[in-house]
Design a protein around this ligand. Structure first.
Ligand code: APR
Ligand code: PHB
Length: 389
């Protein structure tokens, strides 16, 4: 079998890249380890930057998002009972879209199926071969048989635990990592959101986030120990803890109900440099991870895809190899800024286990500065809606 681009991984990165390529007439095949139902069952963040929204619209995938998504003009940051509303529209003339990653992934799969572009599910033993030559290929197994696909390029979109990054020899890559000493316990509940905008709350008891999926579905998080067991948290214990951490005016009115999902996610910052090796390119979580504070994971994956799709189109349609050669440099320049913002939001809003009184005062001073300083709010707003591509 032969194709132009093999995409390893059918998460948001691989699917979005596939759509760009198919639309430009570039043949591609996605290899996905799981089945589609499994991929669509994963619950992830739900805030899309304007650049992500525009990509989906340009690919003809804007209709359901426009009908079912929620445009947010701002967000609330709180410290105990003190609240700051950061107005995105005022500081950036832009907004974000609240539309779950699960919905984005579903729209991308529907479009791929409608186009008839090939996706091979439940693959195993994927190996990336000869990426440093002009004739790379990928081997894999499925249902007990082995296959080989020859190609021009390979896109490693297989997430943090995938095989693509490992295909770059250890001596040829540098990895930067920071693991945070806490996790997020997240729940979904079929209750109306407590507020029409997101609330990022720091408090003496730790961080909490009030988010949403739609008018009848809320997503809430509380900071917890990274080693904590979700089973240890009863519904009541979660709601009590959330109420303790958010401003009283919201704690008083929050509607509680049974959970339909409950899980703990660790918090990590991670970047692999470079993001390309010969004809292998890394996109999304395969190359970098951010802590979820600020919702940059999916959006940074989307900006990688934007650069890579553009570079491959330059190569195939305009016979110009320059952009392909510069992919890693361009992607990393934006990735590091998203890393900085996510790290900063995390540092500002969480209670660290060994936090001193001095550290707490620094957080309070930063919050006070943000509350009174328009430029500080503008910086937050610009980063939150997404830096330009
Ligand atoms: N072979 C084939 N597929 C693989 C392999 C493999 N060896 N390893 C992993 N995969 C698949 C996974 O099953 C998953 O569907 O690759 C996909 C990677 O998807 P994500 O982990 O979602 O990563 P990405 O597409 O880069 O998405 C980035 O979305 O999932 C969030 O937290 C993530 O917000 C981030 C963004
Ligand atoms: C979510 O809705 O799941 C969400 C929103 C914003 C974040 C992280 C997660 O920063």
């Amino acid at each position: 079998m032969r194709t132009q681009v093999v995409i390893v991984g059918g998460g948001p990165s691989g699917l979005l890249l596939g759509q760009h390529l198919t639309k430009a007439g570039i043949d591609n095949v996605i290899l996905e380890r799981q089945n589609k139902e499994y991929v669509l069952g994963r619950i992830r963040a739900g805030v899309l930057e304007i650049g992500t929204v525009n990509q989906l619209r340009d690919l003809g995938l804007g209709a359901r998002m426009a009908a079912e998504g929620y445009v947010h003009n701002g967000t609330v940051i709180s410290y105990n009972d003190e609240q700051i509303r950061v107005d995105f529209a005022k500081h950036t003339e832009s907004t974000v879209m609240v539309y779950g990653q699960t919905e984005v992934t579903k729209d991308l799969y529907d479009a791929r199926d409608a186009d008839g572009t090939q996706t091979i599910y439940e693959v195993d033993d994927v190996e990336i071969c000869d990426a440093k030559t002009n004739a790379p290929f990928v081997i894999f197994s499925q249902g007990g048989r082995s296959y080989r696909i020859a190609c021009d390029f390979i896109a490693g979109c297989d997430g943090f635990h995938g095989v693509s990054r490992q295909a770059i020899p250890i001596k040829a890559r540098t990895e930067f990592e920071k693991v945070y000493p806490f996790g997020w316990l997240g729940i979904l509940s079929e209750t109306p959101p407590v507020h029409h905008e997101l609330i990022y709350a720091n408090s003496d008891a730790g961080f909490a986030l009030c988010s949403m999926r739609n008018a009848g579905l809320s997503r809430y998080y509380v900071q917890c120990d990274a080693s904590d067991d979700p089973a240890r948290w009863s519904d009541q214990a979660f709601w009590d803890e959330l109420r303790r951490r958010i401003p009283e005016e919201f704690a008083d009115i929050i509607e509680t109900g049974p959970f339909i999902e409950k899980s703990i996610a660790p918090l990590r910052s991670f970047v692999c440099e470079p993001m390309q090796w010969g004809r292998l390119f890394l996109c999304g979580d395969a190359a970098h991870i951010v802590p979820p504070t600020g919702a940059k994971g999916l959006n940074t994956a989307a900006s990688d895809v934007y650069y890579l799709a553009g570079a491959l189109i330059q190569h195939y349609v305009h016979a110009d190899p320059q952009a392909v050669a510069e992919y890693s440099e361009r992607a990393l320049a934006r990735v590091w800024k998203a890393e900085r913002f996510s790290w900063w939001m995390t540092k500002l809003l969480h209670h660290f286990p060994n936090q001193t009184d001095f550290d707490s005062r620094m957080q309070q001073a930063e919050i006070a500065f943000l509350r009174t300083n328009d430029a500080a709010q503008a910086v937050l707003a610009q980063n939150y809606v997404g830096l330009p591509y």
